[in-house]
Ligand binder design. Structure first.
Ligand code: NAD
Ligand code: PRE
Length: 354
């Protein structure tokens, strides 16, 4: 290869098996990087949809350098073993949310367990995005027998998709995700479940606080039954702990002696320990609220103005006010840039407030 050409992300074509949310997102991201991606799924319609989005080609692949298995956790072992047999020189990786059963079931040196810590509450190819993994952790879970070159291929792909690689063993991974993903999901579902009994028009008062807590409860039932079932030991242990704390909290609320504040303090301390998206330490962020007309083109005009002001958006939320043709956009930026953003938006005629 010429010294001028950049090294390719993967040394050959990639086959993605499972063209749902995660598989399509991987495929879109790799296609955008110039990798030739082939698509396969038990549902041909999902291959067609993913291909129509530009994720890759439905054509069969001869000799892929990498196979990404992006099927539900219960189907990963069987699918990965079949891929290792079908493609004797490919590296094979997966993206499943639980790793112990996968790494115990697939011990080939060419297999590297993986798990991008990014997702959505929606499933299927239409929810895919090539930017999904940007700034997120990607757990890479080799075992003692894994070929270091296979690990390097997977870590290179995760990094190229914008993720930060966290190399770990399967047991540590499953302990960690029980805490940071699986139990929060169940707590969200329990809270959302209470809403089924809401009286009268009570839900019309729902604001952003509730939506922040319940978003993930809208996720696919089958996928989450599979995830929780595959990590039942770790999840169960945390739920036992939570049950004790819930009893304590209940007593504190009934006593009304202010001791509920201890639970709130513990919660605030937990929030402060969660790293920001750029690395190990949280970055201070601040929101600027902008009122926009609910008409086509308003959001892109707002983003263009923010770009014009040279300010980087870290996150954003949109809240529609019920019954009014306006929305409120919270633009989240690094705390030091919030005042500048506020000023720049006012100067450009936006109704912005902090
Ligand atoms: N949803 C998330 O937020 C998220 C995040 C990170 C990792 N994951 C993991 O990614 C994997 C896929 O999840 P998803 O959210 O993309 O689900 P999804 O339902 O959107 O996609 C799964 C796809 O796999 C296909 N499929 C199912 N069984 C198959 C088989 N045996 N062979 C070929 N195709 C098959 C389905 O038709 C579907 O297109 C899961 O293992 C999940 O744990 C999910
Ligand atoms: O953001 C979401 O919607 C997710 O549910 C993503 C999330 C998570 O809990 O962070 C869910 C499960 C995956 O295994 C990884 C990521």
């Amino acid at each position: 290869m010429s010294a001028d050409l950049p090294e390719p992300v993967v040394p050959g074509p990639v086959l993605v098996i499972g063209c749902g949310l995660i598989g399509t997102s991987v495929a879109l991201g790799l296609s955008d990087l110039g990798v030739r991606v082939h698509l396969r799924d038990a549902r041909p319609a999902n291959v067609e949809l993913a291909a129509s989005l530009g994720a890759g080609t439905p054509d069969p692949v001869q000799d892929p350098a990498l196979v990404v298995v992006a099927v539900p956790p219960a189907a990963v072992v069987e699918t990965a073993l079949a891929a290792l047999e079908e493609f004797p020189s490919a590296v094979v990786t997966d993206v499943a949310s639980v790793k112990t059963h996968v790494c115990a079931g697939v011990t080939d040196p060419r297999f590297v367990g993986g798990h991008p810590m990014a997702g959505k509450e929606r499933s299927g190819p239409m929810a895919g995005s090539g930017l999904l993994f940007e700034g997120r952790a990607w757990a890479v879970v080799p075992t003692e027998g894994t070929d270091p070159e296979a690990v390097a291929v997977v870590e290179r792909v995760a990094t190229a998709l914008g993720s930060v690689v966290r190399r770990m063993d399967a047991a540590s991974h499953d302990r960690a995700v029980a805490l940071v993903s699986h139990v929060p999901h169940l707590v969200s579902a329990l809270t959302a479940g209470l809403l089924t009994e809401a009286e009268g028009d009570d839900l019309l008062l729902a604001g952003q606080g509730l939506r922040d807590v319940i978003r993930i409860a809208g996720s696919d039932r089958g996928l989450w039954v599979d995830i929780i079932g595959s990590n039942a030991g770790q999840v169960g242990a945390i739920l036992d702990d939570l049950a004790v704390r819930l009893d304590d909290l209940r007593a504190a609320v009934r006593t009304a002696d202010g001791s509920v504040g201890e639970h709130l303090d513990r919660g605030r301390a937990g929030v402060a320990r969660v790293p920001g998206k750029h690395g190990a330490h949280p970055i201070a962020l601040a929101g600027v609220f902008v009122s926009i007309d609910d008409t086509p083109g308003e959001l892109s005009r707002l983003f263009a103005d923010i770009g014009d002001a040279g300010i980087n958006i870290e996150d954003m939320r949109i809240d529609h006010e019920l019954g009014r043709l306006v929305g409120v956009v919270e633009v989240v930026v690094q705390a030091g840039a919030a005042e500048d953003l506020h000023t720049a938006l006012i100067e450009r005629g936006w109704a912005a407030f902090r």
